[in-house]
Design a protein around this ligand. Structure first.
Ligand code: IPE
Ligand code: IPE
Ligand code: MG
Length: 266
C-alpha cells in the first residue's frame, strides 16, 4: 500500500455499497489534517457496561487501534498519534498496568508485519527509559524495523505527560548550550519529542470527556478538538471519517480573521 493515492486506497478497502463508502467520498483530500492525535478513552466504561473486568475493555480496544491506524494510513494522514498510557496512569492497580503493557507488547509483535506492509513508520513519545526493559526492547525494535518506511508516521504516546515533555525539552535545550536569546518557539519545539512533526490539526477524544488530560500540551495550541461519546473499543473507520468530516467544516482562525471578513472590513 502506498499513501500516494489517498482515498483510492481507502475506497479499495471498503466493500462497495457499505455506508462508510459514502462518508469516505465526502472527504476533501486536499484539506486533510496533517496530524491527527487521539485520546483513546472509555475502555473501562465499555467493559463495565458489559459486566466485564476493565482489562477486557483494553483488550477490545486493540481492534480499534488496528482499524484506526489502517484507516488513517489509507486516507493519507501524515501523522497519527495515539495516547496509550499517561504518566498519571501509573496510579492504576498494578494488575491493570501490567495487562496494558502485555497488550502493547502483543500488539507490536502481531502488527509489525502489517506496519511494514503498509509502509507505516512507527514512533514512540514519552519517558521511555522508565518503562520495563522488555517493553523498551520491543518498542525500539519496531521503531528500527520501520525506520525506512515513507508512509504515515504512527506515534504511540507511552508513559507520556505533556508537562513532562516540556520539562524534558527545557532540560535538553539547556544541555545543548543554546543561548537564551536564540530560544524562540521554533527552536524550543525542536527539543520536544515531536521535533520535526507537524502539530496536530485535529485532536479527538472518545467517551465524551471534555478534557485534555496532559496530552501534547504544547502541540495542540491551535488543534481543532472533536469529542465523541463513542467509547474507544467501539471506535472504527466510520468514527474517524466522521471526525475528519467535522474538522473539514471548521473554520480555523489562528487568532486572526477570515479572508471574507478581511474583505468586508476594508
Ligand atoms: C483508556 O480507557 C485507556 C487508558 C487510559 C490506558 P480508560 O481505562 O481510561 O477507560 P475509562 O475512562 O475508565 O472508561
Ligand atoms: C487519558 O485518559 C490517558 C490515555 C488515554 C492514555 P485517562 O482516562 O487516563 O484520563 P482522565 O483520568 O480521565 O483524565
Ligand atoms: Mg479514562
Amino acid at each position: 500500500m502506498s499513501v500516494s493515492i489517498p482515498l483510492e486506497q481507502l475506497l479499495a478497502w471498503i466493500p462497495p455499497g457499505h455506508p462508510d463508502e459514502g462518508l469516505a467520498r465526502q472527504v476533501n483530500v486536499d484539506r486533510l489534517p496533517a496530524h491527527v492525535a487521539i485520546i483513546m478513552d472509555g475502555n473501562g466504561r465499555w467493559a463495565a457496561g458489559r459486566h466485564l473486568p476493565r482489562v477486557e475493555g483494553h483488550r477490545a480496544g486493540i481492534e480499534s487501534v488496528r482499524d484506526t491506524v489502517e484507516t488513517a494510513a489509507r486516507l493519507g494522514i501524515r501523522v497519527l498519534t495515539l495516547y496509550a498510557f499517561s504518566i498519571e496512569n501509573w496510579k492504576r492497580p498494578a494488575s491493570e498496568v501490567g495487562t496494558l503493557m502485555t497488550l502493547l507488547k502483543r500488539y507490536l509483535r502481531s502488527e509489525l508485519n502489517t506496519l511494514l506492509r503498509n509502509d507505516i513508520r512507527f514512533g514512540v513519545i514519552g519517558r521511555l527509559d522508565e518503562l520495563a526493559p522488555d517493553i523498551q526492547r520491543e518498542l525500539n525494535d519496531a521503531v528500527e524495523r520501520t525506520a525506512g518506511n515513507r508512509g504515515m508516521l504512527f506515534n504511540i504516546a507511552l508513559n507520556y505527560g505533556g508537562r513532562a515533555e516540556i520539562v524534558d525539552a527545557a532540560r535538553r535545550a539547556l544541555a545543548s548550550g543554546v543561548r537564551p536569546e536564540e530560544l524562540d518557539e521554533t527552536r524550543f519545539a525542536s527539543f520536544l519529542y515531536t521535533a520535526g512533526q507537524p502539530d496536530p490539526d485535529l485532536l479527538i477524544r472518545t467517551s465524551g470527556e471534555m478534557r485534555v488530560s496532559n496530552f501534547l500540551l504544547w502541540q495542540i495550541a491551535y488543534a481543532e478538538i472533536y469529542v465523541t461519546e463513542t467509547l474507544w473499543p467501539d471506535f472504527r473507520r466510520r468514527h474517524l471519517l466522521e471526525a475528519v468530516l467535522a474538522y473539514q467544516k471548521r473554520e480555523r482562525r489562528y487568532g486572526g480573521i477570515t479572508p471574507a471578513e478581511a474583505i468586508s472590513a476594508q
